[in-house]
Design a binder for this molecule. Structure first.
Ligand SMILES: CC[C@H]1O[C@@H](n2cnc3c(N)ncnc32)[C@H](O)[C@@H]1O
Length: 474
């Protein structure tokens, strides 16, 4: 039975030895040697230290290409041309599905043809030495960014390879990313990842963990996103993780985004143990982008402005080529500079906006309602409570492909563009909170002369890529 309990050392060893059979590069992983290797890295490569001592929001793009030399060149370009403070290594889709043989084929084909045959860096195939060469060749700390439900082997190899930050979690990389895996299984798999991160931490190598806040990436109500972040943070902390970066995906409404980021930090600090350092990361708009690059830069600029006011610890930037898919280095670097321009111009301004405090209070009250139900369903055990609350639909994520979620919740923007809930399903929000959502959506319906309906949801999903925020009827 899945419980929120620290994994015993013997269990960690047993799982690790089983995982070694999954790909030959796992043979090179040796914990004590890896701890010593991390000890040789200079201070500017220590991810948690750089993040947690910064005096302004740090910028980090996503970036991943198959070949090692190209990845080094790409990351150094993003650091020197784009001004990235922190670097990513985005992992390819085959690796995310544990299809290491297919990733190998793609890597070999990339080496033969020079084409980017994979949509990311196949770190398991590159192995410990390849990862170490990457870490040693770039001038900033590097995080593993991916979308892997079963990330155990990827963690073993990248942690040994010198990476000190790892994205994802049992809900945030299950619910939005896969149809088939059940929550109990991914919770147990991520307990291995977090216990390994905790063990490195106990041996003096702090591994930063970053649950994936945006979830399904479009119109996710802040209270749902933040509740998932707190749950994944609690599960990580049990395994000994001491450096947690909780994430939130921009919805595009300035007041709500600033309120949500402040609520994220305050609830993270409240619910997570005092010996865990809680930071926040703001993901620039994760929904559909406008195809026009000037408009896309406008979306990115709004992200930068929001970050300057809310002051998260980190911002994951986007590129003006988001509509097209994987951006060129130049476009990715431009997205970093656009974000930086807005932050540098706004950061020192004393911006007072009415409504942020009230929205933050509303978000916190709603998030607490969800967390209280989860803890109650689990009789104090957040792992069991999460599984049960998803089963009953009391915890749910909109547009989730996963069978683990009821997927009954439907969001829509209100007349101010803030994300509200049109359909609740069995979501554990009390009537007085539901009433507020309804009233706000009724106001929009009044303005638009139509009934609140799924049509609003569909109109809102496409609105930003069509150049606006709210999907008003034509
Ligand atoms: C979570 C989805 C995000 O990851 C981005 N992404 C996925 N693969 C790569 C990649 N290989 N390089 C840069 N960005 C990437 C994608 O553009 C989207 O913004």
């Amino acid at each position: 039975m899945t419980r929120d309990k620290r994994l015993p050392e013997s269990e960690l060893q047993r799982i690790a030895s089983d995982l070694r059979d999954d790909w030959p590069t796992a043979e090179a992983v040796e914990f004590t040697e890896a701890v010593e290797y991390h000890g040789t890295l200079p201070a500017e490569k220590r991810f948690a230290e750089v993040l947690e001592t910064a005096d302004r929001p740090l910028l980090q793009p996503r970036a991943g290409v198959p070949r090692l030399r190209d990845q080094i060149e790409l990351l150094e370009g993003l650091r020197t041309e784009g001004g990235a403070d922190l670097l990513p290594t985005t992992i390819d889709s085959y690796t995310r599905d544990n299809e290491y043989a297919k990733a190998q084929e793609g890597l070999e084909e990339a080496r033969e043809t020079g084409e980017d045959t994979l949509n990311g860096f196949p770190a398991v195939n590159h192995g410990v030495d390849g990862c170490r060469e990457l870490i040693e060749s770039v001038g900033a700390p590097v995080e593993v960014r991916h979308g892997t439900p079963d990330a155990r082997l990827l963690a073993m190899i990248t942690f040994a390879g010198g990476f000190q930050s790892f994205e994802g979690g049992p809900i945030s990389y299950n619910i939005p990313y896969t149809k088939r895996r059940d929550l109990a299984q991914t919770i147990e798999q991520w307990q291995f990842v977090d216990r390994l991160a905790g063990l490195y931490t106990e041996f003096g190598v702090t591994i930063n963990r970053e649950p994936f806040g945006p979830l399904t990436g479009t119109l996710v109500p802040p209270c749902i996103a933040i509740a998932v972040m707190v749950v994944e943070g609690l599960l990580s902390a049990t395994q000994g993780v001491k450096s947690l970066t909780l994430g939130y995906g921009q919805v595009g409404t300035l007041v709500q985004d600033v309120a949500a980021l402040r609520a994220l930090q305050s609830l993270g600090d409240e619910y997570l143990p005092d010996d865990v350092t809680v930071t926040t990361v703001f993901h620039e708009w994760m929904g559909g982008f406008p195809p026009d690059e000037a408009r896309a830069n406008g979306v990115i600029g709004l992200g930068g402005a929001t970050a300057a006011i809310a002051k998260p610890d980190k911002v994951i930037t986007k590129s003006p080529q988001e509509f097209r898919g994987v951006p060129t280095m130049e476009a990715n670097a431009a997205g970093l500079r656009t974000t930086r321009q807005l932050i540098d111009m706004l950061l020192e301004q004393d911006v007072q906006i009415d409504g942020i405090d009230a929205e933050q209070e509303f978000i916190e009250r709603s998030t607490r309602a969800l967390l209280d139900t989860i803890l109650e369903r689990g009789e104090g055990d957040v792992a069991r409570g999460t599984i049960r609350a998803f089963e009953t639909g009391e915890f749910d994520v909109p547009f989730a492909p996963s069978e683990s979620a009821a997927g009954q919740v439907l969001p829509a923007r209100d007349d101010d563009g803030r994300v509200r809930i049109l359909e609740f399903g069995d979501l554990a929000l009390p009537d007085e909170i539901r009433e507020i959502h309804r009233t706000k959506l009724d106001t929009r319906a009044e303005t638009e002369g139509r009934e609140p309906s799924f049509k609003m949801v569909a109109d809102d999903v496409d609105a930003i890529s069509e150049g606006r925020l709210i999907g008003r009827p034509d």
